[in-house]
Design a protein around this ligand. Structure first.
Ligand SMILES: [Zn+2]
Ligand SMILES: [Zn+2]
Length: 150
């Protein structure tokens, strides 16, 4: 049964990322010296905060960080079939890599958190990936397994 699901998923054009491709794309800020020592270990240490799976691994069943490969939503709440594949843990919040690719960044408006966030340049020292903009301006593309502009 599970074999059939996997085969169908592949025929559907789903791309399953290898650990190496995730590491290449992740661009996680790391200390240059540490990176030279062991880049693989650095990312492997970024295990899922909820289920503790390593980068590139599947989450434990029911993990609240697991994303659905079909709709890009939270797998435990998206409403897709339970047979739908989950996306392996990438070492950071889902969508951050897409924010970097699309240049979506924001920073706090002021030192008061109630003031909210404002769009900014990626070179701003306070720049963070703008997931709100990503989710409101982009749609999950099942074939490419990333968020694309609507
Ligand atoms: Zn997890
Ligand atoms: Zn889904």
């Amino acid at each position: 049964m599970s074999n059939k699901v996997k085969r169908d998923a592949n025929e559907d054009g789903l791309v399953y990322k290898t650990l190496e491709s995730i590491i290449k794309k992740a661009a996680v800020p790391v200390d240059p010296v540490e990176q030279a020592v062991n880049p693989l270990q650095q990312l492997k240490d970024k295990s899922c905060p909820s289920c503790q799976c390593a980068v590139g691994e599947a989450h434990s069943p029911g993990c609240d960080r697991e994303r659905c490969a079909s709709c890009g939503g939270q797998r435990i709440s998206c409403g897709c079939s339970t047979e739908t594949a989950g996306i392996p843990w990438a070492g950071e919040a889902h969508g951050k890599a897409d924010c970097r690719r699309l240049g979506f960044y924001s920073k706090p408006k002021s030192s008061n958190p109630r003031d909210g966030w404002v769009t900014c340049d990626k070179n701003d020292p306070e720049a963070r990936e703008d997931l709100n903009r990503l989710f409101s301006h982009c749609k999950w593309n099942k074939k490419t397994q990333r968020f694309e502009l609507i």
